[in-house]
Design a protein around this ligand. Structure first.
Ligand code: PMP
Ligand code: GLU
Length: 399
């Protein structure tokens, strides 16, 4: 007897966690593995944010918060959206969630019926396709390649639209490609979507501040799609608060209450101390936390100069987020030290087992030619990881 739901059986485990767990097991067995698997800042939470959390505990913010978050936090989110993104929202349009992950799920759960299509420009973040499946929808993958910085054009988007298209879901800056869409590119995409009022754009902007050119645009800034856009953001990346689990959505009024309704039956309001601490984080001048971005930028350049010397790696120069997504298709279909490589997941596993460097294969990001490396790691580990991969591939028997 099969006790499991069809929904569960449609899903895969999150590949980011699968690979990071493998690294953890190898480390526990005494193997010296360098993990470039999980995308999370390796910094500690800044002290002013921690102090705000301690104060929240001491001031007994220990009861349920309103489902969409404390009013002062939602006000701080609105101030941030106006300050950084020229976007006008009222607190009633904000829903604070357990991470951006839940904020995306709230929106999908609010709009997706069985069989609805969600356009996913590839490469996409691992959880998007699975979340769409969880809600009964169908992910429609639009392919890109390293030659175009992994970005879709407005024309490609329009070609993928059918009467069943309900949403467009993407991240800019993008996990895993490290690219971001420019103002002009987003304007062209907005002009297409505006022609199809049944489509909602889910714009995941969680890497907004990790943009080395500092030119982030939110697609909601284009008035023709404001009413069709859910902006997703959160505290995990810019403030190194991954474990604190605070994210949020900013939605048009018709959608905001729906998110609150879903969340109210799932998890209620997010953790109260982390909510209070998030107010401090959002109200502080972002340049105060800029030291983390400077460090990521330095590491990006180090990894770029080393990675492009690795044989068989095609590398672009990522402008944002903290990932490299090199094309390793040179190795696909070949046998390396006796192991046949059918896709980039096999290649990531080969690197883990032989070079002792953890990465995440591209298959679950919608691209089986590329492998993702997070460079949110110490400089010395990044250098050592690149050296290990290079010397392994230089010595490997390849046929
Ligand atoms: N979106 C993207 C593109 C991500 O990389 C992540 C990774 N954490 C998330 C959403 C989820 O973030 P959170 O920790 O806020 O749930
Ligand atoms: N978003 C991070 C990553 O892509 C954290 C893991 C996850 O949430 O999947 O590695």
């Amino acid at each position: 007897m099969n006790k499991f739901s069809d929904r569960l059986q449609r899903l895969s485990f999150s590949q980011t966690f699968v690979m990071s767990n493998k690294v953890r097991e190898m480390k526990a067995a005494g193997i010296d593995v360098i993990s470039l698997t999980l995308g999370e800042p390796d910094f500690d939470v800044p002290d002013d944010i921690k102090d705000a959390a301690f104060a929240a505990i001491n001031n007994n913010f220990s009861h349920y918060s309103p489902v969409p978050g404390f009013m002062d936090l939602r006000e701080a989110v609105c101030e941030k959206l106006l300050r950084d993104n020229h976007l006008k929202y009222e607190p009633s349009q904000i829903c604070v969630s357990n991470g951006a992950k839940q904020a995306i799920l709230n929106v999908l759960a609010s709009i997706i019926n069985d069989g609805d299509e969600v356009i996913l420009p590839a490469p996409f973040w691992v959880s998007y396709e699975e979340m769409v499946k969880m809600m009964g929808g169908i992910g429609i993958v639009v392919q890109t390649s390293i030659e175009t910085e992994f970005k879709i054009t407005a024309a490609q988007l329009e070609q993928a639209i059918t009467p069943k298209t309900k949403a467009l879901l993407y991240s800019s800056p993008c996990n895993p490609s490290g690219s971001y869409y420019t103002y002009e590119e987003l304007e062209a995409i907005a002009n297409v979507v505006a022609k199809y009022p049944q489509i909602t754009i889910i714009s995941d902007e969680i890497y907004e501040f990790i943009n080395y050119e500092g030119k982030h645009t939110s697609i909601a800034e284009f008035p023709q799609v404001y009413e069709q856009t859910a902006v997703i953001n959160g505290m995990s990346k810019a403030f190194a608060m991954t474990g604190w689990r605070i994210g949020y959505s900013a939605c048009p009024k018709w959608l905001a209450e729906a998110c609150e309704k879903i969340q109210g039956q799932m998890t209620s309001g997010a953790n109260t101390m982390a909510q209070k601490a998030s107010i401090t984080a959002l109200r502080t001048d972002p340049s105060n936390y800029g030291y983390m971005i400077d460090e990521f930028k330095k590491r990006r350049d180090i990894v770029f100069s080393l990675m492009k010397e690795i044989p068989g790696f095609k590398v672009n120069y990522p402008k944002a987020a903290f990932y490299f997504f090199p094309d390793i298709s040179y190795y696909i279909g070949k046998t390396i030290n006796g192991t046949f490589i059918k896709d980039s997941d096999d290649f990531a596993m080969l690197l883990l087992e032989n070079a002792h460097v953890g990465s995440v294969g591209g298959v679950s990001f919608g691209n089986s030619n590329c492998v993702r490396f997070s460079y949110a790691a110490a400089e010395k580990d990044l250098k050592e990881a690149m050296n290990r991969i290079k010397s392994f591939l230089e010595r490997a028997e390849i046929s």
